[in-house]
Every structure is written in structure tokens, then in C-alpha cells.
Design a protein around this ligand. Structure first.
Ligand code: AMP
Ligand code: MG
Length: 504
């Protein structure tokens, strides 16, 4: 561990946080106790007051002391800062020890709904897991994670949340010199598939059991006392991941680095470094500069979810059944069941997107027919569905809908089929149907070029107004916001983003 830099001291002078820590009570090898490394000149860029209130924190005091607390310069009383140990398959390659190399868990709080939540500083200095990294984060990735976390939440998709962002007043050295920043993240927990893999890879079956029991207690108490609780845990995680990834596909989200260490057991979207959203629909789309083989392409995400689930299952084998072959059979059944689970969630989501409630044999074909046309016509994913809601309300909207396709006349036959199918739907007036569709088809998503523009202005000019504007539009993604229609538009050719970077 690097002791060359001073570590922050505990102080009671700053805003108190009612910590109630449990991860710090787990066996010593699960974690490393480490204090944040103070920074030169912290300045609070953004504080999420509503989230602080939801967490039961003293928002006034935190707003006042935010620069100190959210930089890690002052560690509030009751915090037990630590880095979590984890392993992970990175692009398919197993790494037995990764761990929080630049993230420090301050502690946990119980929120207003009685849910235990982690408060973690990302970019707060080196930890014993930093390897060759500097333990720091650059401003750009911090703003990106802030925007996308809150946008996902507003879209109704489980994700870690953004509590605060601070600039450090110190440079970080990447390909270029960049302003340093610290991101404060809130999660139901930061336990990953890789956390289980870390213990399993050490042959620490007792540790795997301790972690599994902890996870059941914390996230899935309903399965406690079941005859096969660890099998139920695997099934529950399968269900959460299937549901989550179906939601991602429904808004055109590409995570970018679905390594097992970036796959949260809670079912929250986590660690979306080089994530991006589809503009034109293309199932093979990849943005991340480090994903050269396209392993984590848009349409590959469900299969990767299953692959990650299989890695979790491997760690649980000794707990599933004393008879190894029976344990493997049980695990295989869950892994095989993931496909149908995903398909059910995905189809339900896609049907809702095109305004269907009832069930007919041809529904899947109808959805796939539209997606085929979208791919051929390079139609903007978000606009297509949003405008289809307008068509559901009035035929006069058909022109604008068709204009999202390179050949506006190509959609005629599909629209005819869709209308015929709608005519067999129960009740719903055109207006009601359109409104239901607008509740599942966002007008606003965090478009890559908008994020890029917000980061550019902040990095180059210290101008956070675009960041603020974007956050405010994305807080109500399903509502038409007069005056902000430009935020619904795809990029102009010169604005298009082709590559995204982790920024680590
Ligand atoms: P990520 O790509 O952010 O999911 O990180 C993968 C692994 O690299 C994790 O173990 C991180 O803690 C570690 N890591 C990433 N960036 C840094 C950094 N700047 N300093 C130390 N460790 C890092
Ligand atoms: Mg990660």
C-alpha cells in the first residue's frame, strides 16, 4: 500500500452521516481498510439534494460541507472507509484480483424506505487494489457517470445513483492532462459477480457462503429459509439480470464493459464507463474503444448476461448440492432458464413500445419486422418509437414517423400490419394508447453527442451549464419539454460520436 501521501483524518466538524456499516464487519480478506487521499482544492460541482433526502442525510449540512466530504478530504464520523476485494473476467480473461482500485466505500446508510445503501467515493485516491493506477478519476468520466446514472434512474431502469461530483483542483494524467474529479456513487450494494469469483478462486468456499448469506440478508431476504437458498439466489440474480438487460435494450443502451466485475448482484446497472446510447438502430453497434472484438455489442448483451451468470453459478456450485454432478445440473437449469426469462421481459417491453397489451402469436414477428426496417432504414431508435406513439394517436403523424427512415415509403406494409393488429386490441382509444406508449418510449435519452458537448464545455471552459441543462431535461425523459426539443434530436453528422473511452 502507498503510504507516501497523507490520508484524510476523521473529523466530526463536517456534516454528520448516520452510517450503519455492515460490509466492514465481514471477514478481513473481503476488503482493505483505506482512507481517501486528500486533494488540493476541492470544489463541489453538483450535489443531488433529493437523493440526499431520500437517504435520510442532512442535505443542508452536506451542501455546505460537500467539497470536503465528497472529495474525501474530511471523513465524517462513523465512516469506515474501505476498498472491496473482487476478481473478474475482463473481456473473457480471468483476473483473480481486481478490487476497488480507485473507489472507496465510506459506509452504508439506511434510506427513508428502510433500504441499506452504499455511499462510495470514486477517484478518492490509491487503495491496496490500485495496481499501477493512480486511484483517481478525470472530470469527463465523472460527468458522464453522473448524467447516465441519473438518466437511467429517471427512465425507471435500476442503476447506481449520483450523489455528488467534486473537482479536485489537481490534474490527472491520461493520454492528456485532465482535471481530476471525485464522483460519489450510491448503490444498493457494490457486490459484483466478481466479488464471488474472488473468494471462489481462492478456494474459499466458507467465504463464498458468508458472502452469499450476506447478499441474501441484504438484498433478497424473501429467499431466506428456503430449502435451497443458494439456488434461489442464483435464480433471483438470473431474473434481475434478465429483466435489467431487457430494459437496456428497450432504450438502446450499450453498457460497453460487461465484465463480470461490472455486473452487480443487486441487479443495478453499474460501472458504465464507456457506455453509450444508440442513435440509428444497429444491433451490432459498439462504441467502446477497448471493445475491439465487439464482445459487448448492443445485441450481444443478453448472451453476455448469461455468460456472466454462468460464472456466478460456478462460484456457487459447492453450495448448491453436496453431490457435484447434481450441483452442476441445478446450475445448468438456471443458466438455461435465463434465455426464456430474458425473452419474456424483452418481448413484453417491445410490445409495450409498439402499443400492444393483448397477446397474439404474430406479436414477436411484428416487433422483429419493425426492427428489421429500422436497421435497413438506419432509423433513430428513440425517435422511431416516440413518433410511433404519435401515429397511434393520429394518422397525420405518419409523415414525421416515416421521415426517420432512409426510405420513408418502406414502412407502408409494416404500418398496415400494425394497424390491423391494433384493431384487434381491446378498448383503448387512440389517445389512451398513445399516452401509454409515451410512458415507455422516452423523448429524451442521454445522447452521446450531448454528453460529449457537456464534457467539452466543462473541461475546456469550466462551463457546467450544458451539464446542468442536460441533467434537467433527462430528469423527465417521458415528458415533452417545450423549448428543449433539440435535446430529442439525433446528432448532426458533424456531432456524431463514434468512439467512447473508459477514461481510466
Ligand atoms: P473499470 O474499468 O472502471 O471497471 O475498472 C477495472 C479495474 O481497474 C478495477 O479494479 C478498478 O478499480 C481498476 N482501476 C480503474 N481505473 C483505475 C485507476 N485510475 N486507479 C486505480 N485502479 C483503477
Ligand atoms: Mg469496474
Amino acid at each position: 500500500m502507498d503510504h507516501t501521501q497523507p490520508k484524510s483524518e476523521r473529523t466530526t466538524a463536517v456534516a454528520p452521516i448516520p452510517f450503519d456499516n455492515s460490509y466492514a464487519r465481514l471477514p478481513a480478506h473481503f476488503l482493505a481498510r483505506v482512507h481517501p487521499t486528500p486533494v488540493a482544492e476541492p470544489w463541489l460541482i453538483k450535489f443531488n439534494r433529493p437523493l440526499a433526502e431520500e437517504l435520510g442525510l442532512n442535505a443542508d449540512a452536506l451542501e455546505r460541507d460537500g467539497a470536503q466530504v465528497f472529495s474525501g478530504n474530511s471523513v465524517p464520523e462513523g465512516a469506515e472507509p474501505l476498498g472491496m476485494a473482487y476478481a473478474g473476467h475482463q473481456f473473457g480473461q480471468f483476473v483473480p484480483l481486481l478490487g476497488d482500485g480507485r473507489a472507496i466505500l465510506l459506509g452504508e446508510v439506511i434510506d427513508r424506505n428502510g433500504v441499506r445503501r452504499d455511499i462510495q467515493l470514486k477517484g478518492a485516491g490509491k487503495t491496496p487494489y490500485s495496481r499501477r493506477g493512480d486511484g483517481r478519476a478525470a472530470l469527463g468520466p465523472v460527468l458522464r457517470e453522473y448524467i447516465v446514472s441519473e438518466a437511467m434512474h429517471a427512465l425507471g431502469i435500476p442503476a447506481t445513483r449520483a450523489l455528488a461530483a467534486v473537482v479536485t483542483g489537481e490534474p490527472v494524467y491520461r493520454e492528456r492532462v485532465l482535471p481530476g474529479a471525485v464522483f460519489t456513487r450510491v448503490a444498493a450494494s457494490h457486490i459484483r459477480v466478481g466479488t464471488f469469483q474472488f473468494l471462489a478462486a481462492r478456494g474459499d468456499t466458507e467465504g463464498v457462503k458468508t458472502l452469499a448469506d450476506y447478499v441474501i440478508d441484504r438484498h433478497y431476504p424473501q429467499i431466506k429459509g428456503q430449502e435451497r437458498p443458494y439456488l434461489a439466489l442464483l435464480e433471483t440474480v438470473a431474473e434481475r439480470q434478465a429483466a435489467l438487460i431487457a430494459r437496456w435494450l428497450g432504450v438502446g443502451f450499450i453498457h460497453g464493459v460487461m465484465n463480470t466485475d461490472n455486473c452487480a448482484i443487486s441487479g443495478e446497472t453499474i460501472d458504465f464507463g464507456p457506455c453509450a446510447f444508440l442513435d440509428a438502430y444497429d444491433p451490432a453497434k459498439v462504441f467502446s474503444s477497448i471493445d475491439q472484438g465487439g464482445r459487448y455489442a448492443y445485441a450481444s448483451q443478453p448472451a453476455i448476461g448469461q455468460w456472466n451468470l454462468a460464472r456466478l453459478a460456478e462460484t456457487l456450485l459447492p453450495l448448491l448440492d453436496p453431490e457435484p454432478s447434481e450441483a452442476v445440473n441445478l446450475a445448468n437449469d438456471v443458466i438455461a432458464g435465463y434465455g426464456p426469462r430474458f425473452q419474456t421481459h424483452w418481448l413484453a417491453g417491445m410490445k409495450a413500445k409498439i402499443g400492444l397489451i393483448g397477446e397474439e402469436d404474430g406479436d414477436l414477428d411484428l416487433v422483429q419486422g419493425l426492427l428489421r426496417q429500422m436497421k435497413e432504414g438506419q432509423a433513430d431508435f428513440t425517435l422511431t418509437f416516440r413518433r410511433l406513439a404519435d401515429v397511434a394517436e393520429s394518422d397525420t403523424a405518419e409523415h414525421a414517423f416515416a421521415a426517420t427512415f432512409s426510405d420513408p415509403t418502406a414502412l407502408g406494409p409494416w404500418l398496415a400490419e400494425w394497424r390491423a393488429r391494433l384493431s384487434r386490441e381491446a378498448q383503448a382509444t387512440p389517445r389512451e394508447r398513445a399516452q401509454a406508449m409515451r410512458l415507455v418510449n422516452p423523448a429524451y435519452i442521454p445522447r452521446n453527442h450531448r454528453i460529449e458537448q457537456a464534457i467539452r464545455a466543462a473541461e475546456d471552459d469550466g462551463d457546467f451549464s450544458l451539464f446542468e441543462a442536460l441533467l434537467s431535461v433527462l430528469a423527465k425523459p417521458y415528458e415533452e419539454q417545450p423549448g428543449f426539443s433539440a435535446y430529442a434530436a439525433p446528432p448532426a453528422p458533424a456531432e456524431e460520436v463514434f468512439r467512447t473511452f473508459c477514461g481510466t
